[in-house]
Design a protein around this ligand. Structure first.
Ligand code: TPW
Ligand code: MG
Length: 540
């Protein structure tokens, strides 16, 4: 086997399902091996940011590493924002970049795509990945591949491989499977005992779940745990979409002042908040009116558990959950776990204009009738609208918050799961990456895309209501769909929206672009509360 096959084989054994990419001359030998070997399916897209977002979404939805292949310089550096997003949101993403051959660059001339030195790209990627390897020695490559992939999985963060183009075909051994470090059983036992004691002594313990629970594939076990211990469970903002199954014990999503007051109360009054895999981001906690008491927090994330002011440095989330599951029930009177009924959202398909709340209600009704679909949301009011839809699977950039995520993420979800996704995206974000829909036809992808077309960067306007720079032109997105291989329809009323959604569901096989015309200034209830809360905090 050659070096590229060794790498691809290792990716496949690590659970990677496909590679997204765009070639370039430094990556051509790699792409040739990918195509010929067919070890993993290769999906090419149109722009590197989308390649990164698609691979990121594939990783999020499957809880397995995602993979992307790009060329050196113009390709890899074009993907920096997407990889940075994956780093911030703890997505295991394998970046493979082609690179100049081992002896290229010595002739005194700068190589095309070179920035400052031949190392510039490696140094840039060192900042946004948790481990890196330049595979420039086929004898050392298998070990390096194994180490880097191990870190990708264990730390749930992006990693980086650089593959000199002259070594792609070099003879190479298979990479050994990554060896995961084992944590000390005594440390785990001590930590578990302390967490258990804290929970047992607490007056009002609450569990909050966030992205790591999904990344490490722990949803089912956490669900079992909260049932066993009789604990109320909520998700963080970033964790929205977790525990979305029909019989889930989930109570709701904590959104501070922007959310359901009962959930906010529950979390903010808890004297023992068990935070499972929660990223302490401003989007998760910045919107609380009260400052959460660190002494009441038990935070398990990034391989460690922090309890009040002390810390167990080496207790992975899975070990803590398993340890807690192992024991007998500690609470004698389990709290009622009946989820609060969702606020009844009545959707009336009449001739009234469309608001974001109508989109949420229509989609909720659609899922009720035809079953849930996995959702991908972009940044913008569409993300807050996603929070107004009942619990359903969701991938979204809830912390790093990059625009342009939604459409490529939807493609990544469909490529990785084969399930038809629903994409929620603003008109501004659609202008960034909407073109990627043109790749659906050749792969047989058929997402349903709802564009929140308010002809505005509305989220900017809510902060700067008098700005004119936030006004966007009316691009007729619906009319773009057909030449790209899909079906487009522009809707102005709730009846039109409903009919379009029903039609889209009834006609799979091609993408549907529903261009939902929403008046400027009409925002979702959750965004309204979110912004009001932020402004209140800022003015204090
Ligand atoms: C890559 C900053 C966050 S939200 C937003 C901007 C410019 C407006 C989004 O407009 P859209 O949605 O998509 O029409 P809506 O609901 O607000 O009307 N560049 C990047 N990412 C971010 N987050 C921004 C700028 C931003
Ligand atoms: Mg907009």
């Amino acid at each position: 086997m050659n070096l590229a096959e060794s790498l691809l084989g290792a990716l496949k054994r690590a659970g990677v399902g496909q590679v997204f990419g765009i070639p370039g001359d430094f990556a051509l030998p790699l792409f040739t091996v990918m195509e010929r070997s067919a070890i993993l399916p290769l999906h090419t897209l149109s722009h590197e940011p989308a390649v990164g977002f698609a691979a990121d979404a594939a990783a999020r939805i499957t809880s397995r590493p995602g993979a992307m292949a790009v060329t050196w310089g113009a390709g890899a550096l074009n993907a920096v924002n997407a990889v940075a997003s994956a780093y911030a949101e703890q997505v295991p993403l394998v970046v493979i970049s082609g690179a100049p051959g081992t002896h290229e660059g010595r002739g005194g001339l700068g190589l095309h795509h070179q920035v400052k030195t031949l190392d510039s790209q490696f140094l840039i990627y060192r900042e946004i990945t948790c481990d890196q390897a330049r595979l420039d020695d086929p004898r050392l490559a298998p070990e390096a591949i194994s180490r880097v992939l191990g870190n990708c999985i264990q730390r749930s963060r992006p990693v980086y491989f650089e593959l000199p183009r002259d070594l792609v075909d070099a003879e190479c051994a298979a990479a050994p499977d990554p060896v995961m470090p084992t944590a000390s059983p005594e440390a785990i036992a001590e930590c578990v005992a302390e967490v258990r004691a804290r929970l047992a002594a607490a007056r009002a313990p609450v569990v909050m779940v966030c992205v790591e629970v999904r990344r490490f594939g722990l949803e089912a076990r956490v669900e079992q745990l909260v049932r066993q211990l009789g604990l109320p469970v909520v998700t963080s903002f970033m964790g929205r979409g977790l525990l979305a199954g029909p019989d889930s014990p989930l109570l709701g999503t904590y959104l501070g002042v922007a959310g359901d007051p009962a959930i906010t109360d529950l979390v903010e009054r808890s004297d023992c908040l068990l935070l499972l895999g929660v990223i302490p981001s401003d989007t998760n906690f910045g919107i609380s009116e009260t400052r959460l008491d660190p002494r009441a927090m038990l935070l398990a994330r990034d391989g460690a558990v922090r309890i009040g002011h002390h810390r167990y440095a080496d207790v992975p989330l899975a070990a803590l959950v398993d340890g807690l599951l192992d024991g007998t029930t500690t609470r004698h009177t389990p709290l009622p776990l009946v989820p609060e009924p969702q606020a009844p959202q009545v959707f009336v398909a009449d001739e009234a204009g469309i608001t974001p709340a109508d989109v949420a209600a229509a989609i909720q009704e659609l899922f009720r009738r035809h079953g849930p679909m996995p959702m991908a949301a972009d940044m913008g009011d569409c993300l807050f609208t996603a929070l107004d839809i009942g619990h359903a699977e969701l991938v979204a950039p809830g912390y790093y918050a990059s625009m342009g995520y939604g459409v490529p993420a939807g493609l990544g979800v469909q490529a990785a799961t084969g399930r038809r996704p629903l994409v929620l995206v603003g008109d501004g974000a659609f202008q960034m990456t909407g073109w990627e829909l043109g790749n659906c036809r050749r792969y047989g992808w058929d997402p349903i895309v709802v564009v929140f077309n308010n002809q505005s960067w509305e989220m900017m306007r809510v902060f700067e209501p008098d700005s004119r720079y936030s006004e966007l032109d009316d691009w007729n997105f619906a009319a773009c769909a057909e030449p790209l291989g899909g079906e487009g329809v522009r809707v102005h009323t709730r009846a039109g929206l409903w009919q379009a959604l029903e039609q889209a569901v009834a006609s799979p096989g091609k993408f549907w672009l529903i261009d939902a015309m929403i008046p400027r200034g009409a925002i979702s209830p959750t965004l309204g509360r979110y912004v009001a809360g932020l402004k209140r905090k800022r003015n204090r």
